[in-house]
Design a protein around this ligand. Sequence first.
Ligand SMILES: [Mn+2]
Length: 352
Amino acid sequence: MALTIKNLKINLESKILNANNTFIVAHNNIDLDGLGSSVGLSLIPTNLGKHAYIVIDENDFSMDTLVQRLIEEKCENFKFVNKDECLDLITGNDLLILTDVNKIGRTCFYDTADAFKEIMVIDHHETDSTSITGPNSYVFPDASSASEIVAMLLKLSQTKYDENVATALLAGINLDTNNYTKNRGSATLRIIANLMDRGGDDAYITSLFMGDYSDNIKRYEVASRENTEFRTFTKETTVPIEGDEDTSFNTTFSIAIAADPEIRGKVVLAQAANYLLDFADVSITMANISSRTISVHGRSKGQINIGELFKKVDGGGSIKSSATEIHDCTLEEAKQKILSIFPPLSKPKKFV
Ligand SMILES: [Mn+2]
């Protein structure tokens, strides 16, 4: 079958009707195009009397702030689930749609693709050897964005949608075309006009990007010179040598820790930890998120397993990223508690 929106519509509708549930997932670290196209796509199963779920498996401190705001302000009525909730809902006869991505490895289902009976791909990125290909893969590299493809699909299927969905789709196109200036063909421009006719709010999208400035700048406030100190610690690395005695050497690692006396949000603390990791092997940020709770975020370049270390303070995470909360103590006490999970540390160095 030729790769056209019409064929996509026919194939998609029959797959949806044959499945119990439809799950929609974008790439990890979902962006506005992933969100806009997911929201638009979810209308198709709903219109066919089927359940549709959008899977976003990010914890609340790592999600793109623009995506978070668009979800809160425009997409509240959609069914969002995380990966675990999705796996609980699976019946054995379900459809997974990848949007804005064509590789299962770039989604949260990298290890659980087998749970779905059918997988479809709707995307605009070029494919390579690790992409999902075949008759259920609809990749249109000439489209500006996944949102453009989905807007065309909704138009073709005469699906009705409100101004919030139009805005979400427009936001996806806006992001991927750099405010409608690059990668857009005449088809893109027609879809942009159509979405604006349907109430797509470009002024809102522009304000979304402006608001990102305020969120972004806060990371530098958290990681200010006043709040941040650097320390080092050493760790032994053992090198096994075949048929000989192992040899070892000590490596010195740096850690940057920022303790901010202001009340902060988790997103900002996570962004500040990411920022500080440019300057150290491990970064920690912390601040009160309420009067009695301190939120702590850790990042590592990978040589130090930060998730493992955070287990000692009731936290969790992975080798490179972790978080925990500490209750009913001062910021300084919380800081000492976090520093104590590391090997003996050097004296602090500040750059005030
Ligand atoms: Mn995209």
